[in-house]
Design a protein around this ligand. Structure first.
Ligand code: LFR
Length: 481
């Protein structure tokens, strides 16, 4: 019995087939495609229709294996608005669009950050859906809208004709109650948004429905259902962490580094709010207590600034490995790095402001980026452990960064703790395993993770030396904390 995972990332998407055999998950990528935001006259957008076309292409390529189900995950918070006939009201905005710059602060000032955190449990990120809606309030599109669908739910709607909101992704909107996991109509109204536009919630594992006839015709898939997975990519990625005990932290790498621990319930203390931690809902009602760290976006945008591509990365990483250790580090949670643009210049500015030497060449910039990420991973993991009371014995680094040996080693060094790297495709794997379970093949999360551990070669990194140099680098960068 095979399953198809559609995993949409901010810089690429893929369709992956998987099936369970002898307690292992065998996967095969059938389609990979590029993705990226496009600037139009009114701001930064995603090409939602283009993404759907790529999904259809991927499903057509998957058809010979006749997957019993398809599950879709993507990055969080972004949405499409539908009119009363179900038509899309304009291309969805990308969360990096600057229209939320001031709207987010205004909402926090009017509701109060303590009140907001007490209700939705989220870290302040200026792009949370609630702030995007505040920025859109009063506009023509919202006035014409009859429903709001998050990106994977929009793709699910186009596949099946059914509208709904999958819970893990709904938890990133800022409109979900962190305790009851129900929509908060009062928060929606507070930002001028009509809560009746929010579709009914469903959980990972729910069957959404069969493919629409024209989708069947287009793809050649006849009996396939669409099944809800952890449709927030980070929720699926954490399912795909090969942890063997509860005492682990994770770093889900990609455009972002989502860094924290998995808990049975939210931590809604004042300390957690002040430390800007988030409580996102995971598969099986778990909570991801984490912070968003800028991640490999810093590297991707540096490459773009230099006119280089992914094929140039190995040479740059080799230069970075030879560069002077801990010459300069920047704060990888600093919002100056959020918008697309010239990262090497922003890094240089940050180094000057903190009285550190400016990296002199590309290898030194890459070294600075990776060490800054490693330091940010350490700070988030230590804070997560302290604020939640969870012991952390091992750090699992999953996603695209697991290929980056220098990043993995530096993370182990900074923390003085072992790092287990892999799988790189944790998100697609988590997506597939939840579908396999919906088909009756697997049990609890622990069992899902046993399958991951049994199916993938993992790389183990042990810390080199003491953390003294990292302690010095941290106090140089954050002298008052
Ligand atoms: C990772 C991710 C993060 C979310 C960010 C924006 O791909 O989903 O979890 O904070 O993208 O949606």
């Amino acid at each position: 019995m095979s399953f198809a995972a559609v995993d949409l990332g901010a810089s690429s998407g893929r369709v992956v087939l998987g099936h369970i055999a002898d307690g292992r998950l065998r996967t095969r990528e059938v389609h990979r495609f590029g993705n990226g935001a496009v600037r139009l006259t009114d701001g930064l957008h995603w090409d939602a229709v283009g993404l759907f076309r790529e999904i259809l292409t991927g499903l057509r390529l998957a058809a010979p294996d006749a997957p019993v189900s398809v599950g879709v995950d993507s990055w969080a918070v972004d949405y499409g608005l539908l009119d009363e006939s179900g038509g899309l009201l304009g291309e969805p905005f990308c969360y990096r669009d600057s229209r939320t710059d001031s709207a987010a602060r205004q909402v926090v000032e009017s509701i109060g950050s303590a009140e907001l955190f007490a209700r939705n449990g989220l870290q302040f990120l200026q792009f949370n859906t609630i702030f995007q809606l505040a920025a859109a309030a009063g506009g023509a599109r919202l006035a014409a809208a009859r429903s709001l669908l998050l990106m994977p739910d929009l793709m699910g709607y186009w596949l099946t004709g059914r509208q709904g909101a999958e819970l893990t992704n709904a938890s990133t909107t800022g409109l979900l109650d962190a305790r009851t996991h129900e929509w908060c109509p009062e928060l929606a109204r507070a930002v001028g948004f009509d809560p009746s536009l929010l579709p009914p919630l469903h959980r990972p594992g729910a069957v959404l429905g069969k493919l629409l006839p024209h989708v069947t015709e287009e793809t050649g898939l006849a009996e396939t259902s669409v099944v809800a997975v952890g449709s927030h990519d980070t929720a699926s990625a954490v399912v795909g962490v090969p942890a063997r005990s509860p005492n682990f932290a994770y770093v889900c790498t990609g455009t972002w580094s989502l860094t924290g621990v998995e808990l049975p319930g939210p931590v809604l203390t004042e300390e957690a709010r002040a430390a800007n931690f988030t409580n996102e809902v995971g598969v099986d009602g778990t909570v991801r207590f984490l912070r968003n760290i800028m991640g490999l976006w810093l590297l991707q945008e540096s490459l773009r600034t230099w006119g280089l591509g992914p094929q140039d990365l190995p040479a740059l990483l080799a230069e970075a490995a030879r560069a002077e250790p801990l010459a300069a580090v920047v704060d990888a949670e600093d919002t100056r790095f959020f918008a697309p643009g010239d990262m090497p210049t922003r890094i240089a500015e940050s180094c000057r402001e903190t009285a550190q030497p400016v990296p002199e060449n590309r290898g030194a910039v890459v070294r600075c980026v990776l060490e800054s990420l490693a330091l940010a991973h350490r700070r988030a993991i230590r804070a997560a452990a302290e604020l939640s009371g969870r012991d952390v014995e091992v750090v699992h680094l999953v996603g695209g960064g697991a290929h980056n040996e220098l990043l993995c080693q530096l993370t182990a060094d900074a923390l003085g703790a072992p790092v287990v790297a892999g799988p790189t495709e944790a998100t697609a794997i988590g997506n597939l395993l939840v579908q396999a379970r919906a088909a009756g093949q697997l049990g609890d999360l622990e069992q899902l993770r046993e399958v991951v551990a049994a199916s993938h070669d993992l790389a183990h990194y042990t810390p080199r030396g003491t953390t003294a140099a990292w302690d010095r680098a941290e106090s140089r960068l954050f002298p008052h904390r």
